[in-house]
Design a protein around this ligand. Sequence first.
Ligand SMILES: [Zn+2]
Ligand SMILES: [Zn+2]
Length: 303
Amino acid sequence: MKFEVTILGSSSATPVYNRNPTAQLLNCNEKFYLIDCGEGTQQQLIKFGIKASKIDHVFISHLHGDHYFGLIGLLSSMHLNGRTKPMKLFGPEPLLDILNLQFKHSDTILKFPIEFTAIQAEQPSLIFENNDVTVETIILNHRIPCTGFKFKEKKRLRKLLVEKLEADQVPLEYYPLLKRGVDLDLPNGSTILNTDYTTDSAEPKTYCYCSDTIADGSYLNSIQDCTVLYHEATFLHDLLERAIFTHHTTALQAAEIALNTGAGKLLIGHFSSRYKTLQPLLEEAAAVFPNTELALEGVTYLI
Ligand SMILES: [Zn+2]
Ligand SMILES: [Zn+2]
C-alpha cells in the first residue's frame, strides 16, 4: 500500500527564496490528505502535477495564516471546476465561520458540501478513520490552539501463500478466513492452521505531523515510535530565545525529540525566512539524529 508524503510548502510565516508557506500532501493507498494549506498551495499542486480534485480530506493545524490562507482559494477553484463530491475538512472551530464569511460576501454557494469537524486542542483524540488509516490529533503548544496529526496505517490482512494452498487443494472459500488469521476445523476432523498457509502483513506505519510548537515535551507520548516524524524546525539553536518567545522549535530540539521518541526518520521544515540556505539547519539536526532530511518542496518521502 502506498504511504508517502509530498512537501508543497516548507516556509514559515512568509513566502521567500522560492519557498512557500506550509502544506503537505499525504498519499495513503491512493487517497489524498492535504495537511495545512498555506498561500500558494494551488500553484504548488499544479507545478508538481497533482490534481486538486483528488483531495477529499483537508486537515488544518491552526489559524495562523501561513497554514491556511490557501484554503479559500483552493475550495473556490474546486467549486469553479464543478466539484460535487463532499470535502471532509478538519480544523479549529472558527475556521468554518471564516470560510462562510468569505463565501457569503462573494455570493458563492458551493456546488459541493463541506463536512466540517471542529478540532478541540485540549486532548489527543481520534478524529477520522477509514479502511486504510486512522488520524489522531497531537496537542501542540503554540501561541494559539494548534494540533498536529498522527496518521496510522491500519493493519492489513495476512498474505496468502497461494502456491501452497493450491498444491494442498485447499478450497477457495476458505481463503478469506485464512487471511483474517482464522484456523479452520474441517468436517473430516482435520485442521487447517492459517500460519501454514499465510504470512503476517507488515507492521502498520505512522506519520506524525508536528507543525508549530514550542519544544516542551508535553506531546511526546503522542508521537512515540513513529515511522516518520515531521517536526517544525523554524530556527537554528543560537536563536533558542527567539524560538521560545515565538513558541517555535530549533533544529537541535527537533532532533532531540526524534531521538527521545524513537522516530525512524525525521523531516524538518517550517524554515524561518532568515535562512537563505537550509544546510546549517540540516547539519545541526543530523548531528543529534543522523536520519534527518530537509522537507524540500516537490520531494516525495516514503513512510
Ligand atoms: Zn507557521
Ligand atoms: Zn503558527
